[in-house]
Design a protein around this ligand. Structure first.
Ligand code: FEO
Length: 401
């Protein structure tokens, strides 16, 4: 049975939630599910904006058929070819043989590679600034390369001030019956998952995101319709401000993220003592065990906080694997402008500190605070002064002293 939501008098959400997916893109856990958004515009001509992941194809086809109410589909606008939105393009094209596929040249190439059916004769190519009038509405196409793939584009409807923003302004998390961000306390209840989505999916491409945000600033936007999560009709400025920080690699908060990798608890013990000292000094601390928490959650908080402490044991003459994976993820996502401190451990040849430094040093704007604390097996009584000194150096840096 269909399950649609009205966005405006002539725009309908025809997407679906997926709460069974274990790992989005095969790597990011989605304990709160995810939504795949598709929108149908019922103007003099009908326009479907993007499709959905194959996991929810059945619900999607029912929704589109219901919302069309027997009308034909005139256009399918494709903004992004990642299969969480594009997997059902071929099915839609076959179900609605009169529909033209509106997209740019890069998207056309990808359609040709992803699907066995030759859809090239159905394609209407557009480029930056081109328009499509469908009756009351006129769509203007805005190219948005690398937000999140190179072919990505957005559409702006000048009649109702709607930005169809592709992956931008999306989030992990199912909609659970809601559709507008103002139906929940988004900044309190949903921001962590929105940050985790942005930083892991698009975080590497901050400059490209800023370019698109500059273009969008020139538009009179009343509604933002992303491909995942809620539609924005009010309060968007607060979320946009977060995007500007994330894309600029500016921390949201002065505080310390401590991530540790500890086999038998001795590295963890040093991390705990450091956290206790920092709290005594009035510094906000968030802690993660890299063997327990997946990298996507820790990376997200690495974008949030100004100061990062990594404490890891040496393992196979390298960095313990869960920490090594986290640090490579952080480096691959291009995190910048963070203050970093290190603790290493090793019972006979501690080398993890130098190796962690080597991964993080090339990141633009990285500054190391305090000396690397080197533990052999367990923190020695005589090393407490060194730990206190590290805590003092970090606290002074957090407070800008
Ligand atoms: Fe939601 Fe880049 O796809």
């Amino acid at each position: 049975m269909h399950c649609t939501k009205n966005i405006t008098s002539d725009l309908v959400w025809v997407g679906a939630d997926d709460r069974r997916l274990a790992f989005f893109e095969g790597v990011y856990g989605v304990p709160e599910g995810v939504s795949y958004n598709s929108y149908l515009l019922l103007d003099e001509q009908t326009v479907l904006f993007d499709t959905v992941d194959k996991a929810v194809a059945h619900n999607f086809f029912e929704n589109v058929a219901y919302a069309l109410g027997g009308r034909k589909l005139d256009y399918l606008v494709v903004h992004h070819m990642e299969p969480d939105h594009a997997a059902t393009i071929e099915d839609i094209a076959l179900r609605y043989p009169e529909a033209k596929i509106v997209c740019n040249a890069k998207i056309k190439d990808m359609i040709g590679r992803f699907f066995p059916t030759d859809l090239s004769g159905r394609i209407q190519l557009v480029k930056e600034g081109d328009t499509l009038c469908t009756g009351r509405h006129t769509l203007t196409f805005v190219m948005a390369p690398m937000v999140h793939w190179p072919e990505v584009m957005m559409s702006y409807d000048s009649a109702d001030g709607i930005l169809f923003s592709a992956d931008a302004f999306g989030s992990f998390g199912a909609l659970n019956g809601r559709i507008f961000a103002d139906e929940v306390d988004f900044m309190h209840d949903c921001l962590d998952e929105a940050r985790r989505y942005y930083t892991n999916i698009v975080g590497k491409y901050g400059p490209q995101v800023l370019n698109v945000l500059k273009k969008a600033a020139a538009l009179d936007i009343k509604l933002v319709c992303p491909l995942h999560s809620f539609v924005w009709r009010e309060g968007f400025g607060d979320f946009l401000a977060k995007y500007l920080k994330w894309a600029s690699y500016e921390p949201e908060e002065n505080g310390v993220l401590i991530a540790y990798a500890s086999v038998y608890g001795h590295t963890e013990n040093a991390a705990n003592i450091l956290a206790a000292r920092l709290c005594d000094l009035g510094v906000k601390v968030k802690m993660y065990d890299t063997s327990v928490t997946a990298p996507s959650f820790i990376l997200s908080d690495a974008f949030k906080y100004s100061h990062l402490v990594f404490a890891a044991t040496t393992y196979n003459a390298g960095v313990f694997s869960t920490m090594e994976q986290l640090l490579h993820e952080i480096a691959q996502h291009n995190l910048q402008n963070r203050k970093v401190s290190l603790i290493e451990n090793g019972s006979w040849a501690p080398v993890s500190g130098g190796l962690m430094r080597k991964i993080l040093e090339p990141l633009k704007g990285t500054e190391f605070v305090g000396d690397t604390l080197s533990i052999k097996s367990a923190l020695a009584e005589g090393q407490l002064a060194g730990l206190d000194a590290l805590a003092a150096a970090i606290a002074a840096s957090v407070k800008g002293e």
